[in-house]
Design a protein around this ligand. Structure first.
Ligand code: SDX
Length: 393
């Protein structure tokens, strides 16, 4: 059986790599981007500044930030022919299916940036991914609702441009609401990176073979789509809507505790956090703030979410298993209030996480010690045995 490996069903206890980008202390509920607490960044920074921090390791000077924003802005457009990829999908295709396909197709449109041995092309690939993901996500949304694609307007900031591409239509003027733009920017910051989560590990493993960054990130998007990972924000809001009213919460709590029932409280629990997910706290404050500013703080879904959290956090099942709300528990409430359908929640997670994926990709492929990823297994199959002819079976 060779070496005896410590079997860990989720690889949580085995360090898959060294990294300088993001630090998580699951017991303390701490999350740092390059050493800066997420709570401070969410309060004082903005998404593109966080992108610079995650990519280059330091907060930018004013001149560095201006140059970075200009470089990202230059790449927000998609190759015009890529529109044919969107149009090849059925109208009811999930936007995540479109994102997986279109991002993978970028390998065929941006050949120059697939040369991972060229530092300049690695830099351009990073910028292109960050710049184009909002356009891809917005166009996937527009296609799914039968509206025309809206081109980026580079006079807008990053999150405002995304809202413009999602909600403006040629027939009417659209003015980006600064409340929504700030809320979107904060959601993007909270989702930007999270050390070696499943989708980031997928991007690392895929690109460890030398695969190009676009194909590797398409693999990450596919992994993120799952309801146990990034798909949880959509599943969580749909769960809260299904619960509907506060009086139905006990029924769902009971189901979540029933070993024979596969139902789990979506937006609750985490592989690493055994304390509050610090992002959930910021997201909850943001939900209160945004819905209050929009005058919909009597939102039934928010009431159900808060009561569900309160009941669960007092229930010994959840307390003993150290299950707390995670980043996905409140995010959907804000996104729904902004006018997004639940199908767009995970694409927004993907566009936010792109900077984390590409930062970790860059860190890995520039590591001189880096080798192809090759996880091992614990073999529990048949022992060695001789072949038997079919007539003897
Ligand atoms: C993300 O890794 C990351 O960093 C991911 C992420 C990121 O930013 O990239 O943070 C984003 O994916 C957040 C997680 C989103 N997923 C969900 O909200 C889906 C619902 N949550 C679960 O499916 C679950 O909590 C996981 C998938 C997140 C973790 O699953 P595990 O590894 O099984 O959780 P665990 O080992 O901590 O579970 C301990 C116990 C288990 O019961 P026992 O086997 O001990 O009897 O708690 C139970 C679990 O069955 N449990 C739950 C539960 N989550 C775990 N029971 C009810 N409801 C839940 N939500």
């Amino acid at each position: 059986q060779g070496d005896v490996f410590t079997y860990d069903p989720g690889f949580t206890s085995t360090a898959s790599c060294s990294s300088t980008i993001t630090y998580i202390d699951g017991d303390k509920g701490e999350l740092l981007y390059r050493g800066y607490p997420i709570e401070e960044l969410a309060d004082k920074s903005h998404f593109l500044e966080c992108c610079y921090l995650l990519l280059y390791g330091e907060l930018p000077s004013a001149a560095e930030l201006e140059d970075f924003e200009a470089r990202v802005t230059r790449h927000t457009m998609l190759h015009e022919q890529m529109q044919y990829f969107f149009r090849g999908f059925r109208r009811d295709a999930h936007p995540m299916a479109i994102m997986v396909g279109v991002v993978g197709a970028m390998s065929a449109f941006y050949h120059d940036s697939t040369d991972i041995g060229d530092p300049w092309q690695r830099e351009v690939a990073s910028i292109r991914m960050i710049a184009k993901m909002p356009t891809i996500a917005a166009w996937a949304f527009k296609y799914s609702i039968g509206q025309p694609f809206v081109y980026p307007k580079n006079s807008l900031d990053y999150s405002g441009n995304f809202l413009h591409m999602c909600f403006s239509v040629p027939a009417e003027d659209y003015v980006v609401d600064p409340i929504l733009s700030r809320a979107m920017d904060r959601i993007m910051m909270l989702h930007a990176d999270h050390e070696q989560n499943a989708s980031t590990s997928t991007v690392r493993l895929a690109s460890s073979s030398g695969a190009n960054p676009f194909a590797s990130i398409a693999a990450g998007i596919a992994c993120l789509w799952g309801p146990a990972h990034g798909g949880a924000n959509q599943a969580c809001l749909e769960m809260l809507q299904e619960i509907g009213t506060v009086d139905r919460i006990p029924e769902y709590i009971a189901r979540a505790k029933d070993k024979d029932d596969p139902f789990r409280l979506m937006g609750f629990g985490h592989r690493v956090y055994k304390n509050f997910d610090p992002r959930a706290k910021v997201m909850k404050q943001s939900a209160d703030e945004v819905l209050g500013l929009l005058g919909i703080d009597n939102n039934e879904t928010l009431k159900v979410a808060k009561e569900l959290e309160k009941i669960a956090l007092e229930d010994p099942y959840f307390v003993d298993k150290k299950l707390y709300p995670n980043v996905d528990f409140y995010s959907g409430i804000i996104l729904e209030a902004m006018g997004f359908p639940t199908s767009m929640f995970t694409p927004i997670f993907a566009l936010s996480r792109t900077v984390g994926w590409i930062s970790q990709w860059k860190e890995m492929i520039t590591d001189p010690e880096q080798r192809i990823g090759r996880p091992r297994q614990r073999y529990i199959g048949a022992p060695r045995r001789e072949y038997t002819e079919i007539e003897d079976r």
